[in-house]
Design a binder for this molecule. Sequence first.
Ligand code: SF4
Ligand code: SF4
Length: 53
Amino acid sequence: MKIGKTCVGCAQCATFCKTDAIKVKGKALIMDVCIECGICAEYCPMKAIEVSI
Ligand code: SF4
Ligand code: SF4
């Protein structure tokens, strides 16, 4: 997964991540435990998350 420039750091994506792979410090950061499920991308209001697979 890749976080794009439109991320506003709202942390909504993090609340839906099953593996707790998203940390938000101003902007979202994806950790190595991400399983590329794509759920966070569906819930991002800014469409800032790009699925990389
Ligand atoms: S939901 Fe979208 S805009 Fe909000 S922190 Fe996550 S990536 Fe950024
Ligand atoms: S793709 Fe799935 S596991 Fe990875 S950060 Fe998004 S919700 Fe979490």
